[in-house]
Design a protein around this ligand. Structure first.
Ligand code: HAM
Length: 416
């Protein structure tokens, strides 16, 4: 049997790896401008971290978690998302004296979903969490950073921002009663999934992708019309600020998100280019999460973006740094080339090597690496202290003194 990767997992390499790296580098540097510092939490946690917080009735907890008992008999779960682990870290590390705490993260997440384009079982997220700020300024900062990230990735034309408020507990519990009253009247016409959700988590019925459900829901009372004054003011402030910043958005009264910890603001940057997997970067506010996990009452807001989905939207991998390739000919030259490579790389030059074979095979390697130039080194060159420099675009050749090689390379790189 030929070994295969596990369904829904991929080896990240080549152009995909380059895109991935470009996305993470761009997000990390932008997060730095926004004052976020980086955190890496473990990729597994006690299952309780996710079970209680994401919602017993959420899809993730119900059917998507990779949960297993470890050798010590503990129930462990591979993290399906990054917010609950950060809330756990906030509590277990006693970080409340550091608020406002601004954390950036990136790394693999695990969900047992049906794999398709833009949906894997191991995927990668980048995200931010802004902990300890109750003001809508924090929500705006996160949304603005999301918007700027798309701008910096050159993807503003591929996405649009959808936003909604699911209010505070008071608004939501009043609205839930009204919504259940409405949905009970059409219960039998709803899909099986929505009928189940009507009993367990009625707000999630609004999220249904089933066309018949959507038709029925389109007449449902909207949460927006049942927000209490505090929630209404909070939401209006967010919308006003988006207008002030010139960030375009669409209100989507049906946007409720699939995780239980949210309150007030929820948002998704969506695309029309990836079929059903249209959410590329999503988030919202979670003021009760940390207290619910046993920590001090601490508000929070953040987002996470799917790196594979972002990568699918990028058409070209960013142009890579093309190396100079050393092409040694003969044993003595190989030894000399090894030394030169070592020294040039330590000085910060991208240098590759034609490792074996005759001149033409070694030159092939230089072309394959899309090198700017080959530096040919044979016995004759060694005895005269030079390399033969061959520009691989123009074919032009010249000799460069070994002692002047690094300044020559610097010149070549600054000419690009
Ligand atoms: P989420 O909406 O579950 O939110 O995931 C965030 C993003 O991860 C999605 O918008 C999507 O791009 C990507 N994603 C999710 N599942 C998959 C998958 N199976 N394959 C590929 N990409 C996927 C959260 O995880 C929250 N923790 C976000 C957040 C941070 N809220 C507040 N702070």
């Amino acid at each position: 049997m030929k070994l295969q990767p596990v369904r829904g997992t991929h080896d990240l390499m080549g152009d995909d790896a380059k895109k991935h790296q470009f996305i993470v580098d761009t997000a990390r540097s932008l997060a730095g401008h926004y004052g976020f510092s980086e955190i890496s939490t473990p990729i597994f946690e006690f299952s309780q971290v996710f079970k209680r917080t994401l919602g017993e009735e959420s899809d993730i907890v119900n059917k998507e978690m990779y949960t297993f008992e470890d050798r010590g008999g503990e129930s462990i779960t591979l993290r399906p998302e990054g917010t609950a682990p950060i809330a756990r870290a906030f509590i277990s590390q006693g970080l409340s004296h550091l608020t406002p705490l601004k954390l950036f993260y990136q790394g693999p997440m695990f969900r047992y979903e049906r794999p398709q384009k833009g949906r894997q079982r191991q995927f990668h997220q980048l995200g931010v969490e802004l902990i300890g700020v109750a003001s809508p300024l924090a929500d705006i900062e996160c949304i603005a950073m999301g918007h700027t990230l798309f701008q910096e990735l050159g993807l503003l034309n591929n996405i649009h921002l959808e936003i909604n408020s699911i209010g505070d507990d008071d608004s939501r519990s009043r609205y839930k009663k009204i919504l259940v009253g409405f949905l009970e009247k059409v219960r039998k016409e709803l899909s099986e999934d929505s009928q189940r959700r009507l009993d367990t988590n009625p707000l999630r019925v609004l999220d249904s992708k089933n066309p018949k459900d959507q038709e029925l829901i389109s007449d449902a009372p909207q949460l927006k019309d049942h927000l209490n004054d505090i929630s209404k003011m909070f939401y209006e402030k967010i919308l006003e600020s988006l207008i002030t910043l010139g960030i375009p958005f669409q209100e989507n009264p049906q946007l409720v998100r699939g995780l239980d910890y949210y309150c007030h603001t929820v948002f998704e940057f969506k695309t029309q280019d990836l079929g059903a997997q249209d959410a590329v970067l999503s988030g919202g506010r979670y003021d009760k999460l940390i207290a619910q996990m046993g920590g001090p009452e601490t508000p929070g807001v953040g987002f996470a973006g799917g790196i594979e989905r972002l990568a699918l939207l990028l058409s070209e991998p960013p142009s890579k740094q093309t190396p100079f390739t050393l092409v040694p000919l003969g044993d003595a030259a190989e030894k000399e080339a090894m030394k030169i490579c070592y020294q040039l790389r330590a000085q910060g030059f991208p240098v590759d090597m034609g490792y074996s074979g005759n001149l033409s095979k070694r030159m092939k390697r230089a072309h394959k690496m899309q090198s700017k130039a080959a530096m040919i080194l044979g016995d004759d060159e060694i005895s005269r202290g030079v390399v033969t420099w061959k520009n691989l675009q123009s074919g032009a050749q010249q000799e460069v003194k070994m002692t002047q090689l690094s300044s020559f390379l610097s010149q070549m790189m600054s000419d690009d």
